[in-house]
Write a protein that binds this ligand. Sequence first.
Ligand SMILES: Cc1cc2nc3c(=O)[nH]c(=O)nc-3n(C[C@H](O)[C@H](O)[C@H](O)COP(=O)(O)OP(=O)(O)OC[C@H]3O[C@@H](n4cnc5c(N)ncnc54)[C@H](O)[C@@H]3O)c2cc1C
Length: 409
Amino acid sequence: MESATLALIITVAIAVQVVVFALPGILQRKSRVGVEGGDEPVSAPVSAPWEGFRSFEVSRREVEDEAGEVCSFYLSPLDGAPLPPYLPGQYLTFSLTPGGESERPLVRCYSLSDRPRPEHYRITVKRVQAAAPELPPGRSSNYLHDHVPTGARLQVRAPAGHFHLREEPLPVVLIGGGIGITPMLSMLNTLLAGGSGREVWLYYGVRNGREQIMKGHLRALDEAHPNLHLHLCYSDPQPADREGIDFQHRGRVDLPLLRATLRLMRYQFYVCGPRAMMESLVPGLEEWGVAPGDIHYEAFGPATLKRIPAAAPAAAQAPGPGPEPPRQITFSRSGRSAAWDPAAGSLLAFAEAQEIAIDSGCRSGSCGCCQTRLEAGEVSYVQEPDADIQPGHCLPCIATPRGDLVLGL
Ligand SMILES: Cc1cc2nc3c(=O)[nH]c(=O)nc-3n(C[C@H](O)[C@H](O)[C@H](O)COP(=O)(O)OP(=O)(O)OC[C@H]3O[C@@H](n4cnc5c(N)ncnc54)[C@H](O)[C@@H]3O)c2cc1C
């Protein structure tokens, strides 16, 4: 081959590589200046959501799995006014009264599990079993399953949450473990309804076919959309579950599986699942080289995720001065004060241990129920707060003190 021809081939190859690597960045910049990716719009809701709680009626219930442990609730507003749209991945907050109107309500969050529709919202709830024989089963989930029939009324706060589909026109990897699949369903249904052809990988980890939800719906989507890459992972398949037909992978959703099945390119990752899955997958993705900004995740309960720290300045790496002294926490309204140390856990757990009256709901920084006035001092958060925190306040369920504090409790 002549050297001129060889030089031409090399030049073309380099040009192709430059385009391939630059394209995601170019597309990303485009999306920031408002260019639509062609999907169902994933922009911020237009109408202002309502303040406080709004009354809804359960217009339909649907059991979603063979085990009968997961049920969807379709919710229509009693006032009949159209529902504001939401961002796929967001959740609703409920005030539930299993003990009757005279008892303190339970506040719980449930993800919206379908794409936005003007006439109803949908949530999908898993019945929570007792964590130990001496403990009661989950109060809200069992109440919803057993005592909230079609026609029942529920008090609901407007859609909220920072875990939602981003507008970036990149291929999307959705990873849902167990009931953590619910926000992924909302994202998936939104992405596919737009018909843009944007590539979507769905990894759904569940024990077996009895526990998998929305089998028929997922199968129909898989058949209808060549741009959907469905990976059902059963960790404990039953004899009736056929590998390669009912499910694709034996085992959990883990990094080796992602590495074996994803092409080498840039994606937006969305992860929601049990604590063990989150604590291995999210740092695993970062170690694999995925930019932290391309990994979005949510935990349904208290989870402390160790992210890879950004390179710390040299001075910060010097050995510390030794164990930190306990912090003094003053509860101004109760006129009490006590010493906190790391073994005491979150400020919510600490306040409860001191028998200080404090409201709480999700215990994971989502519902905002425990929001408390921070009268003096500063707090750190063990995970990013999802609820919007008013100035001068903190969320004790995910906060620890940075020094002495005065709380308005
Ligand atoms: C943003 C967000 C979205 C969510 N989306 C969904 C969703 O789409 N679908 C869904 O099903 N769930 C979802 N959840 C979880 C949901 O909000 C509830 O946490 C879940 O339903 C359990 O609530 P519960 O009242 O039934 O259980 P709880 O009454 O809170 O009990 C939970 C567990 O604690 C145990 N327990 C009770 N007392 C004690 C004790 N003293 N010590 C130790 N353990 C005890 C119980 O036995 C039970 O196993 C979401 C949570 C968040 C934060």
